[in-house]
Write a protein that binds this ligand. Structure first.
Ligand code: TXE
Length: 488
């Protein structure tokens, strides 16, 4: 067993072993060695040496871009195998896993093309003998820490721009779902990443994540995960003034005005929240509905939620898989109990499935609560599971107030056929992404990230590259002459 990739070599970690579990039936998919403290040190030292004296940061951008394109080709070559692994590891359906691989491929291609076109800029100084240019350089050693809901996808949003910019990286995937991250490292090595440019260490947050964040030789931490962990990372990074980028999830409003098409909005309301069993940072977990549409919409969403077919992600008939772990299911059950105790009206789900074929897995029925308000914990906090809460509004002002009435600010949507209303509400929402008459799409070229407690920094788009770049101003006086500032 050798699952740590350090300085171009697969080595065995000294931190014991951990099982990777299939959430569908709790069977063991793989057993992997874990990094010990000395492995973390060796990985950072390799990345440091590769940054300070290795070829990668000095490789012309066109060659770095070519490597990223090769990775994209390899991802497509191995697409089926990667998608299957992601499904075994996370429980999501094979269709979703396949979409993830395509999206990851596109992210590598996007950053390859973007960095190839990034030649800095020349600034007009007004002085003919002075050349002033602004250039982008890599930041240094980047620790990339990822969660378990979109393991490969979220890693790609970090590793593609980090490498495109010329950084070296140490990856720490979630201990729950490390398999496709290992595969991506294999592909990066196959594509020709030089030793030390890409390293991966496995383990949990306490024994591997935390020492990485505190390490003196790490210059940047990019993290996606929970708010409490993000806060701890921000605090720890302060000691060495690291650059930090955080994506910490959301509690995302899906605002529906009464003039919208009923059947369409029911479909989208369901996929907004129940995609990947609700374990999506941008899940539309708060449905906020105009008074006159409220009762029919609640009834139809509840009816359709009851019909969602749970099952094995590998089965093409499955519409939704299990939660990722027993820990996550326990959390969801706790939220359901608190919602009932606080007076929310349960109209769908609220229980584990009865089907004995699903008994071993971490399944929970898609759940809908009506008559919710922002005083309830289930409305305020990110549940990260298949729970939809429905609130009622009267008038645009109240809709906006409710949608913004959260500590989070990652994403939200507005549904209406009145385009003036749509854009007024979109402008008023304090969320990093706003969809009008849609839910979920994102594209490599447009920034992704949150306001308020949803985090700091942006992934994707040009800003997603700048996160991994230092900006340097070079001033060249081509004709210096004595100025006699001080007397000769
Ligand atoms: O996340 P953690 P968890 C939210 C969601 C979920 C909650 C908890 O609400 O229920 O967070 O999930 C590593 N220093 N999101 O506990 O702990 C950890 O090993 C450095 C939102 O799984 O934040 C893993 O690799 N690293 C979200 C990663 O951080 C540490 C996606 C995420 O784990 C660390 C996932 C430490 N001290 C959960 N402690 C999103 N934004 O999409 C843990 N880690």
């Amino acid at each position: 067993m050798s699952h740590q990739f350090i300085d171009g070599t697969w080595t065995t970690g000294s931190g014991g072993t951990a099982d990777v579990v299939n959430p569908f039936d709790a069977s063991v998919v793989d057993r992997l060695d874990q990094a010990g403290p000395e492995d973390v040190d060796r990985a950072v030292a390799a990345a440091r040496a590769a940054f300070d004296a290795g070829p990668w940061p000095r490789t012309p951008t066109a060659e770095r871009a070519a490597l990223l394109h090769r990775v994209a080709d390899l991802l497509q070559r191995d697409k089926e195998q990667i998608a299957r692994t992601e499904t075994l590891d996370t429980g999501k359906t094979l269709i979703e896993s396949g979409i993830d691989v395509d999206d990851v491929t596109n992210v590598f291609r996007y950053y390859a093309d973007l960095v190839a076109a990034d030649s800095g800029r020349v600034v007009d100084t007004g002085l003919s003998h002075v050349v002033s240019r602004v250039v982008h350089e890599p930041v240094g050693v980047c620790a990339l820490i990822t969660p378990w809901n979109y393991p490969l996808l979220q890693l790609s949003w970090k590793v593609a721009p980090a490498l495109a910019a010329g950084n070296t990286v140490v990856i720490k995937p979630s201990e729950v779902t490390p398999l496709t991250s290992l595969k991506l490292v294999e592909l990066l090595a196959e594509a020709g990443a030089p030793p030390g440019a890409v390293n991966i260490v496995l383990g949990d947050g306490r024994s591997v994540g935390s020492p990485l964040v505190a390490h003196r030789d790490v210059d940047l931490v990019s993290f996606t995960g929970g708010v409490a962990t993000g806060q701890a990372i921000m605090r720890a990074a302060a000691d060495t003034v690291k650059r930090v980028s955080l994506e910490l999830g959301g509690k995302n409003p899906n605002v529906v005005f009464a003039d919208t098409d009923f059947d369409t909005v029911v479909d989208y309301a369901l996929v907004a929240v129940f995609l990947h069993a609700g374990q999506v940072c941008s899940a539309g977990a708060r449905l906020i509905v105009e008074d006159s549409l409220y009762d029919p919409l609640v009834a139809e969403v509840a009816r359709r939620a009851e019909r969602i077919r749970l099952g094995n992600g590998l089965d093409p008939e499955t519409e939704s898989g299990p939660l990722v772990s027993e820990v996550q299911r326990t959390k969801i059950e706790d939220y359901v109990a608190s919602a009932v105790a606080e007076g929310a009206r349960l109209v769908a789900g609220g229980r584990r499935p009865d089907d004995p074929a699903l008994a071993k897995g971490f399944f929970y029925r898609p759940t809908v609560f009506a008559d919710c308000h922002t005083g309830m914990r289930v409305v305020r906090e990110e549940t990260f599971g298949p729970i939809l809460t429905v609130e009622r509004f009267r008038g645009e002002e109240e809709a906006v107030a409710l949608a913004n009435g959260t500590d989070y600010g990652l994403a939200g949507a507005v549904w209406t056929n009145d385009m003036a209303t749509a854009h007024r509400v979109a402008d008023a929402l304090r969320h990093g992404t706003v969809w009008i008459n849609d839910y979920h799409p994102y594209i490599p070229g447009a920034e992704w990230g949150g306001m308020k407690r949803s985090g700091t920094g942006r992934e994707l788009g040009p800003t997603g590259l700048h996160e991994y770049q230092e900006t340097k101003h070079v001033w060249h006086n081509t004709a210096p002459s004595a100025q006699r500032w001080f007397k000769a």
